[in-house]
Design a binder for this molecule. Sequence first.
Ligand code: IMP
Length: 427
Amino acid sequence: MQTLAIIGSQWGDEGKGKITDLLGAKCDVVVRYQGGNNAGHTIVVDKKKIVLHIIPSGILHPHTTSIIAHGVVFDPDAFKAELADTQKAGINLSFNNLKISENCSVITSYHKLLDQQRESQGPERIGTTGKGIGPCYEDKVARKAIKIKDLFNKETLKSRLQKNLIEKETLFKHLYHSSFPSIEDETSRLFELGKMVRPFACDTFSFLSECISNNKKILFEGAQGVLLDIDYGSYPFVTSSNTSFGGIHTGAGLMGRPVDEVLGITKAYTTRVGEGPFPTELHSEIGKKIQKIGNEFGATTGRIRRCGWLDLPLLHYSIKASNLTSLALTKVDVLSGLSELKICHAYRYRGETIDCAWPGIDMNEVEPIYTDMTPFHDTFKNGVLSTELTSYIKMIEDSLQIPVSIIAYGPERSEIIFTGARNFFLK
Ligand code: IMP
């Protein structure tokens, strides 16, 4: 195995950071290819919690080079804060272990303001992270984005910001009635931040191409999840990038190579932050219990995550939409000891029973059909799984026709079982 992609198979927050950190240890290169600091990857090492938003989770291994590729939207201010945090945690970042594409689109103050004004004034609340992700991607597609390389020349930066602000100025003044920084202030701010980014900036496409030619082991680290994908997700309640497998091709580049393994990170239950349909959402005490035990609060915004039972039709769809080849089942410990346990195996939809959440169905209209599972009470102390938990996992594998290759049962690196269904980077 030379290439591995780690993709969230639900609505994000599946525990990708821990798996990327673990498998990143076996890699030469870890690549972020989409999204921005809307992501929050929490990793616990020796009881110390490290939260990464924009810097790839591979950074915790000194021999691994991390890449922020051109598909990422990059907030230099957030990067500055993360740089300080990682340094405080004893991780030294230099061009040797972190390379940032000079073609990343830059999140400016205007993007963040626009995101926040839209969320507070409507007409439709998406429940975004407020980090300016959507407005920055809009500018990229409209060919008005500021690229990282624009930060290094003050005149170029000013002129690009001027073009970028023309339409937004009207919105700030006449629609949202909000103040906004002047071009001069924003140019100075970004130019200063650019000096800090410059030592890391390069053509990551060529670097990656060279790594592929030299048979380096590469891990593509997805952010968010398939159901938040701009094309495959539960639109319009999605993020603005391709969170699924396809994002690797546009956001980083594969240079004619396939991805050998696409690992779908799957929480043993389902969670969602922000607005939008959620068929298996629990509004009962058991939902609150899962939320409490699972500490289901956003790593980026601190918002409460909505919780529900595992949804197999949703996963069936993610597998198809993202070419998943095996699943890593995470946070299994959270379900241990519950008084009841259910899995949604199908939906009733407009008089029919369907087992896959295809695009085009209205997720607000589906009625989940559940299988009652026998609750399990595993402590995970001796590495042996109970027959009840084994049945839970078998139900997933049999219904989805895909192996569970990893079982994670706690935040620490050591709290994990590799089932042997896949030999990650052994070949
Ligand atoms: P945005 O990415 O900030 O524009 O937010 C769009 C939607 O994606 C909202 O529902 C967010 O809650 C959700 N979202 C964005 N990033 C994450 C994440 O890392 N985990 C879970 N949900 C996310």
